[in-house]
Design a protein around this ligand. Structure first.
Ligand code: CA
Length: 227
């Protein structure tokens, strides 16, 4: 089967890294285009409508944050943010830029290709597939009920809101603070450990009905994502 080529825009000012990424992505049958100056990116995206953007944070001309914000004003193209510091990711998440994923330097090109493919798979899902939920999980926000393959799950209100929030942003990393904000509607602040234990209980309950699926992934030092 011949599938249409997807174009990945690589925004990276270090030529060696840009070349390496382009090589790996082209081997994986993507078309690539590289830009090294931040000030040219928004216009290029408008004109060429790439299928995905790999966006370095620190760039000459205009930084990745500003670019991400400007692109989001007119496009829902998936954006993978690339940053040199893992501590930076927590701050970036807090800004709610609408990036789809975050990659930390130094990265392995293989990992980047895998993340790109994962995002592409996610956006290719039809609305019907999305509506059907993940692995047969149905979340009914009105009745606060979650069922998996028609089997009702017995969740606490906190666990319910955790699962509901994570499933709204599949594949996206949510920090413990972001989860806390939605889970505790009374503005209560709880410790990371409390958050982790709620996640642990939720995982255990999900594992009882879906023993082979690990749905909630920990992202070290940052938070969680539903995959
Ligand atoms: Ca850079």
């Amino acid at each position: 089967m011949i599938r249409p080529e997807h174009t990945i825009l690589i925004v990276e000012d270090e030529p060696k890294i840009a070349r390496l990424l382009a090589d790996y992505l082209e081997q994986a049958a993507f078309k690539t285009h590289c830009l090294d100056d931040g000030s040219t990116v928004v216009d290029w995206v408008r004109k060429h409508e790439p299928d995905l953007i790999l966006l370095d944070l620190m760039l000459p001309g205009k930084d990745g944050l500003a670019i991400c914000r400007e692109v989001r004003e007119f496009s829902q193209v998936p954006i993978l943010m690339v940053t040199a510091r893992v501590e930076e990711i927590d701050r970036l998440l807090g800004l709610e830029l609408g990036a789809d994923d975050y990659i930390c330097k130094p990265f392995s090109p293989r990992e980047v290709v895998a993340r790109v493919k994962a995002v592409m798979r996610r956006i290719k899902r039809t609305p019907e597939e999305t509506a059907a939920g993940y692995r047969g999980i149905t979340i009914d926000a009105d009745s606060f009920r979650v069922s998996v393959n028609n089997e009702l799950l017995d969740l606490t209100p906190v666990e319910f809101r955790l699962l509901q929030t994570l499933s709204k942003y599949p594949g996206r990393v949510l920090t413990r603070n972001q989860l806390m904000d939605v889970v505790y509607t009374d503005g209560r602040v709880v410790s990371d450990r409390t958050m982790d234990s709620h996640i642990k209980n939720l995982r255990r309950k999900l594992a009882e009905v879906l023993p082979d699926a690990e749905l909630i992934h920990s992202v070290y030092g940052i938070g969680y994502r539903l995959e």
